[in-house]
Design a protein around this ligand. Structure first.
Ligand code: 5GP
Length: 179
């Protein structure tokens, strides 16, 4: 297959809309942590949040460190089973530190519920969640999203870091598959 065979998915959120909202989220996060002392640990969840996290941290005017954490959710097709594995872990302890998780999308919520429970055992000072997207129609575990980019309908989205079988991560906008 060459790039010419790849059909461009229709636009759900344009590059401009994404960039504008990411800047606003950066300002919200900056305001929230303004008076906290110590360094914020931003934990970007791999792989889907890598572009969002890269743009977001440039809109955050705070002393921060960046960590990555890989999660794999097992399930049939696109359905999450709730069985989650950490495929790449933090390289530093987060005990007594403020942690901000940066996720691409909260779908069933099962991955984030697992991660929040796991991080709690490491005794951080605080844990907050920033997600670019939320699909409330598919919630199976309600997790609090402290900073949210967009609420979307139950559609499979790709682009801006999100993939389908590793494709489309490099689209600068968010598109919809299968329509
Ligand atoms: P959850 O555990 O909340 O069901 O699953 C979250 C993960 O499933 C996300 O981090 C993402 O990797 C994947 N996911 C859920 N919905 C979508 C979607 O519409 N598009 C893509 N590309 N991935 C999705």
């Amino acid at each position: 297959m060459t790039v010419k065979d790849l059909v461009k998915p229709p636009v759900l959120l344009s590059e401009e809309a994404l960039q504008r909202r990411v800047r606003e989220l950066g300002q919200e996060i900056t305001a929230h942590y303004q008076d906290h002392d110590g360094q914020l640990v931003v934990v970007a969840i791999l792989k889907g949040s890598f572009l969002f996290a890269a743009d977001l941290i440039r809109a955050v005017d705070l002393d921060l460190a960046v960590e990555f954490l890989g999660l794999r959710s097992y399930g049939a097709g696109t359905e999450s089973s709730g069985v989650v594995q950490i495929t790449y872990d933090l390289t530093t302890p987060v005990t007594d530190r403020d942690v901000l998780i940066v996720e691409d999308i909260v779908d069933t919520g099962l991955s984030m519920r697992y991660l929040l429970e796991n991080l709690a055992t490491r005794h951080p000072r605080s844990v907050k969640l920033c997600s670019l997207l939320h699909k409330p129609a598919r919630t199976r575990a309600a997790v609090p999203i402290d900073f949210l980019g967009f609420t979307i309908e139950d559609r499979f989205v790709v682009g801006y870091g999100l993939d389908y079988a590793e494709r489309y991560r490099n689209l600068p906008y968010l598109g919809v598959l299968g329509e």
